[in-house]
Every structure is written in C-alpha cells, then in structure tokens.
Design a protein around this ligand. Structure first.
Ligand SMILES: Cc1ncc(COP(=O)(O)O)c(C=O)c1O
Length: 384
C-alpha cells in the first residue's frame, strides 16, 4: 500500500471535522427552507444569518455586506457582471492583470465581446503588477479594476492596499479575488479600498460549492439571475443551508487560527524551498519568497514535463498540481508563468506544491525525496 501525501491544499482542503459537525444537523434533522415562515424555516434562516455574521467577522465587515454564492467562480462572475450591469451597462474601460484566475480573466474577456475595452496589465518575473503601470492605464472611463490578492499558482501577493489607494479618488470600482489569500492573510476590505471581494469555502477547510462576495455598503450590484428574493435579491434560489453553515464555521475557525496556520505553513514552505531549490541546480523557483502566500511553492524541474512528473509522483503517493487545479485535466503551459516571462526550460516542467494544516515535516521530507528522485531520473535520461 502506498502511503499518500497530499500537497495540493491550494486546490482543495479537507473538511475540518468541526465544520462537518456544524453542518450535520442541516443535512439531517434541520431541513427547513430559510424562506418558510414556520419553525423549521426560521431555524434554517437563523443558521444562514449566523454564518453571514461569521464570514463578515472574518473580513472585518458588516453582515449585510455579505452575499453567499456557490464559490469563487460565481463570486468573481457576480462581482464583474453584476457591477457592470448596474453601473456601466453600455460599455467602459476595464483593467485586470495577466495572472488572474480564469474566473476573472474569461469573464472580462467576454465583456470585450460586448463592447468594453480591456487593459491586461503585465507582471514582473515574480508575478507582481506595478502600481505605476496601473496608474498609467487608468482612464476617465475606467469603470472596474480587478486584481487578485494572492495567486493560485505561484502564491504571489499583489500590492492591494496601494492599488486601493490609487483607485480611491477615481470612479473605478475595485474587485479583488481573495480566494487563495483569505486562508492566510488578515483582510480588511474597507481599509484597503476594496469594493468587491471574493472568497470561498474549500480553501479554508470548509465545503466545496460555498462562497461569499463582499459588496461595499451601498454599492449597487445587479442580479444575474431571476427568481426569488434570496441573498439581498442578488442570488435567486433556495440557499444551500448546510454548505453556508459550513462556510460560516470554517470562517470562524479561520479567524481564531489564521496566524497559527500561517506560521506552520511558512515553516514548511521554507523547508521545502531549502531542500528543493537550494540543493538542486536543476530546480528553479517560480515567483519569489517575498510577497508570497506561506502555503504555495511553485517550482520547475529543467527538461521535465509537468504531466509526466505529476503521474510519476502520484504513483509514489505524492499528490501535487501542475498549476491551477481546474486546468490540470489538460496541461498546457500556465498563463501565469508565461506572463512572468518564465524561460522555456522551466515553463513545461512546473509543479505547484501547497501545504496545509495536516502536512507534517515527515510528509514533506518524503515528498522531497520523491521529487529529487524524479529530477535525477530526468537528468539521467537527458544524458543517455
Ligand atoms: C484565485 C482563485 N479564484 C477563483 C477560483 C475559483 O473558485 P471555485 O472553484 O470555488 O469556483 C479559484 C479556485 O481554485 C482560485 O484559486
């Protein structure tokens, strides 16, 4: 039996047992519909409201500014489409970066087919955008700027607070995809000048299919769906009560445990870096250790192919990703690494290693041995 080591927490975290316990009643005995006026309905409604408070507290905002969604993709779509529909239905200028998740990039690209102008800002070799580039790109008709907090492939953190300060005196709204950063960084949307912010459950030990969009108080966003008046009339349809309760519980645990999780992940990532990148000239770090989430390390092995590496490592029980998890069915060179100007030698052999609260040092050492062995194999094949 192979002992399995999971180093893909940036794709999905396991459900925390405490979260499962909080969800269980809403999968079994407390099955009311929050829209129903009777006892069962009101119990469910109260549970959704409690979860709204828990998520709001984790972001230091008011519960009325939180809308539950089905996850990161829906949150990003609602932010962009809902904001534009309410504020600039006939066109305008949009700004984003070349390293966004496809939930943002493809939504904005779709807008160009509806007559909007889109500026995609470049990033440097570490994956960071320059605030001056953003300043130069701003136009009188810029309506929306979308920049992610922390990158899902490299962990690179963007200068969100500085961007928020630049945008404050303008009429452009600021959307931030914080799906990856949420689990590790204290986020204060109001202080950081953020108007719309996306988070989701399955990166913070909550359930999949649960997310939230923060909408700055008073900011108009138009619904993309028609039906009932749920979620401040922004998301029609019966709420997924158990998942929302799970997200709320995960958010509360995160608020209490974030710093400890950060410190543990940072220690593990440093160890990975020292054992892989510092020891082998054949292994390259994509991104940098500075301005980076503590749980994600993106490396490349010279001459390797990510898909071949992934499968070889999986056979040895080590689960990693080639980049964004949703892209791993078909592995093409990552748009993030390409935007960073990553050389061809490194582009095709990238691996994303992401740790979590259950990762042990022994796991890491075992994974390192497997990765170094795979790298040696590739080197020998190259010499044959
Ligand atoms: C940065 C980022 N944005 C958005 C998403 C999409 O979230 P979801 O899978 O919940 O739709 C992900 C998922 O990995 C992500 O990492």
């Amino acid at each position: 039996m192979v002992e399995r080591i999971y180093l893909d927490y940036a794709a999905a975290t396991p459900l925390d047992q405490r979260v499962l316990a909080a969800m269980m009643p809403f999968l079994t005995t407390q099955y009311g519909n929050p829209s129903s006026l009777h006892y069962f309905g009101q119990q469910a409604r109260a549970a959704v409201q409690k979860a709204r408070q828990q998520v709001a507290a984790s972001l230091h905002v008011s519960p009325q500014d939180i809308v539950f969604t089905s996850g990161g993709t829906e949150g990003d779509n609602l932010a962009v489409l809902g904001y534009l529909r309410a504020h600039a239905p006939h066109g305008g200028h949009l700004i984003t970066t070349a390293v966004e998740h496809h939930a943002v990039l493809r939504t904005l690209e779709a807008m160009t087919r509806r007559g909007y102008d889109l500026t995609v800002l470049p990033v440097d070799e570490t994956g960071r955008v320059a605030v001056d580039d953003l300043r130069r790109a701003l136009r009188d008709d810029t309506v929306l700027v979308s920049v992610m907090y922390g990158n899902n492939e490299t962990g690179t953190i963007q200068p969100i607070e500085e961007i928020g300060a630049v945008l404050k005196p303008t009429q452009a709204a600021f959307h931030v995809d914080a799906v990856q950063a949420y689990g590790y960084l204290p986020i204060h949307p109001e202080e950081e000048g953020i108007d719309l912010l996306t988070v989701c459950g399955h990166k913070i030990y909550g359930p999949k299919g649960a997310g939230a969009l923060y909408i700055r108080h008073g900011l108009q966003v138009a619904s993309e769906s028609y039906g009932g008046p749920q979620e401040h009339r922004l998301r029609a349809g019966t709420e997924n009560v158990a998942a929302i309760v799970g997200l709320g519980c995960a958010a509360e645990l995160l608020t209490a445990e974030r710093q400890g999780r950060y410190d543990q992940a940072a220690r593990l990532k440093q160890r990975l870096y020292e054992q892989l990148v510092c020891r082998s000239g054949q292994i390259h770090l994509n991104g940098s250790l500075e301005h980076s989430l503590p749980n994600i390390l993106n490396i490349s092995i010279a001459g390797a192919d990510s898909a071949v590496l992934l499968i070889a490592l999986d056979r040895q029980g080590v689960a990693v990703s080639a980049g964004a998890a949703c892209e791993s069915g078909a592995i093409t060179p990552s748009h993030v690494l390409q935007a960073m100007g990553t050389e061809d030698t490194w582009l095709r052999g990238s691996l994303r290693l992401s740790v979590g609260k259950e990762t042990t040092e022994a796991d890491m050492d075992q994974a390192v041995r497997s990765i170094l062995a795979a790298a040696d194999c590739i080197k020998e094949e190259g010499h044959e």
